[in-house]
Write a protein that binds this ligand. Structure first.
Ligand SMILES: Nc1ncnc2c1ncn2[C@@H]1O[C@H](COP(=O)(O)OP(=O)(O)O)[C@@H](O)[C@H]1O
Ligand SMILES: [Mg+2]
Length: 491
């Protein structure tokens, strides 16, 4: 049907206009929708892309987490595992991470050897939010103990509330063992070093002592040589004195006979007799001869003592100890006798019945010499102090040395010779007494003391003779040294 203009409603144009507007709006809206749709499609694609990237990242991190050599963990503040990787399970001796999570439920009590370690771990994280190189000993599942090092941090929410801890664990047992064995070997080397140092000091001391001994023995040999040289002429003197005395007596007898039968001699004889004071000469000559003989005898004794004390080679012999002590005293006579106002030192001997003692006589005489010299030194020091003191009590004491000997049986009934050398000198304080046998320990001025006398004596008595050397001393009262040697040394 064809519509004529007249058949259209009157408001048709309005409709047309309306329709046009609606149509325009429709097209605009459709375009808008198309644009929104395109945007949406783009957004979805972007989201998909992001998701794929995230998935890739997640996979990447999971691979790292799963394959890491270090143990990785997340633990709750109350001490449980929230997550862990296979490496951690392996370090702690579990078959899988799941097995670890299931079994290790109380970290403080089950893991750390020292329970305090967990508290210290938490405390450090509380203060610094992270720990690094936190080393502890932990139990593995089988109960064995290993060393671990932890690096961890505290994870908090936006408000600072603690959520969990996470971090890494490294097994450092090998390093620790290596460190320990290094420390041990270091300590060992240090000890060895100290030992070596000690040995070196000892060696130096021995060297010094050897030098000293060498010096002493050279001196001893010299003395022995001198003694030997003097010995013959002195013997000659001593042996001839009785003859000289006899000849003198006979000549005097003859002179007296002449005087008896020729009371008036020729003037020349008379003059000569007066010139030489014949009467005095006849009385005095025997006395002169006698004192010469005494002098020669003394030289003989001294030479004899020197020979016995200083003889070069010292072989084991069975000897009279008393004779050795007497020889030593004779040599020391010049230090003991009174000089001017100085009253000298009294020596009291109380010798027991000692059988011959098997010993090294020269060495033992050297011991007596050292002990007597020390006693004399102590008494001389006492005398020197007295000069400056007004204490009359001190002045009443006579500086004296007592030498006592006796035989004593030990627990096995073996006889020992005991020799006590006592003085009433200044004595020693405890700290001195404890050090007297140390080589080079001396309280005397360097020109007087070497500090070797007692250390050498100790070696001679204890090491050479298997004996004992003891010192008893009271400051201000005196000192006693006791030498004990077996009478028969088992050879
Ligand atoms: N009879 C003694 N009285 C007091 N002190 C003594 C006596 N004997 C030894 N001593 C102390 O022991 C130290 C060491 O003696 P010694 O080894 O003989 O060395 P030295 O006589 O050369 O000092 C002496 O310096 C002295 O202090
Ligand atoms: Mg001495």
């Amino acid at each position: 049907m064809i519509l004529s203009r007249d058949s259209l409603p009157a408001n048709f144009p309005v409709w047309v206009e309306c329709y046009k507007t609606i149509y325009k709006n429709l097209i605009k809206r459709t375009r808008q929708l198309q644009a929104a749709n395109e945007k949406l499609v783009n957004e979805v694609a972007e989201r998909q892309r992001i998701e794929a990237v995230l998935q890739q990242a997640e996979m990447k991190y999971r691979r790292i987490f799963e394959n890491a050599v270090e143990g990785i963990f997340q633990t709750t503040p109350d001490g449980r595992y929230q997550a862990c990787n296979p490496a951690l399970a392996r370090i702690y001796g579990y078959e899988s991470a799941a097995q670890l999570l299931e079994n290790l439920t109380n970290i403080e009590q089950q893991l750390y050897v020292d329970e305090n370690r967990r508290r210290e771990f938490i405390e450090q994280l509380r203060i610094c939010d992270s720990v690094s190189g936190f080393e502890s000993q932990v139990y593995r599942q089988d109960g064995s103990i290993i060393w671990i090092s932890e690096n961890a941090r505290a994870v908090r929410d936006r408000n600072g509330k603690l959520l969990y801890y996470e971090g890494f664990v490294t097994d450092i047992t090998q390093e620790k063992r290596a460190e320990e064995s290094l420390q041990q070997s270091e300590a060992k080397s240090k000890a060895q070093g100290q030992e070596l140092e000690g040995a070196l000091i000892q060696l130096q001391e021995i060297q010094k002592q050897l030098l000293e001994k060498e010096h002493l023995s050279t001196l001893g040999q010299l003395l022995a040589g001198v003694a030997h040289e003097i010995n013959n002429p002195v013997n000659f003197l001593c042996n001839n004195f009785p003859h000289a005395q006899q000849y003198t007596e006979e000549m005097i007898k003859l002179l007296r006979l002449y005087a008896k039968y020729y009371p008036e001699p020729a003037p020349e004889i008379q003059q000569q007799a007066e010139a030489i004071e014949l009467d005095f000469l006849i009385k005095d000559f025997p006395k002169t001869l006698f004192s010469m003989q005494m002098g020669a005898n003394r030289i003989y004794q001294i030479v004899h003592s020197l020979k016995s004390v200083s003889a070069g080679t010292d072989e084991q012999q069975s000897v009279d100890i008393h004779a050795g002590i007497d020889s030593t005293l004779l040599i020391l006579h010049y230090r003991l006798k009174a000089k001017g106002d100085d009253g000298g030192i009294s020596v009291f001997k109380d010798y027991g019945k000692l059988p011959p003692v098997t010993c090294y006589p020269c060495a033992l005489n050297q011991v007596f010499m050292n002990l007597l010299c020390n006693a004399i030194d102590a008494l001389e020091e006492l005398k020197a102090q007295r000069l400056n003191s007004k204490d009359s009590d001190q002045h009443s004491i006579t500086p004296s040395i007592w030498i006592r000997t006796e035989v004593k049986n030990d627990d096995n009934s073996h006889p020992w010779a005991v020799i006590r050398i006592t003085d009433n000198g200044l004595g020693m304080k405890d700290d001195v007494r404890q050090r007297v046998y140390e080589p080079f320990f001396t309280t005397k001025p360097s020109d007087k003391g070497t500090g070797l006398g007692l250390s050498i004596s100790y070696k001679i008595v204890v090491e050479k003779h298997g004996g004992k050397l003891n010192c008893i001393s009271t400051p201000g009262q005196g000192t006693e040294f006791v030498v004990e040697v077996p009478i028969a040394i088992p050879i």
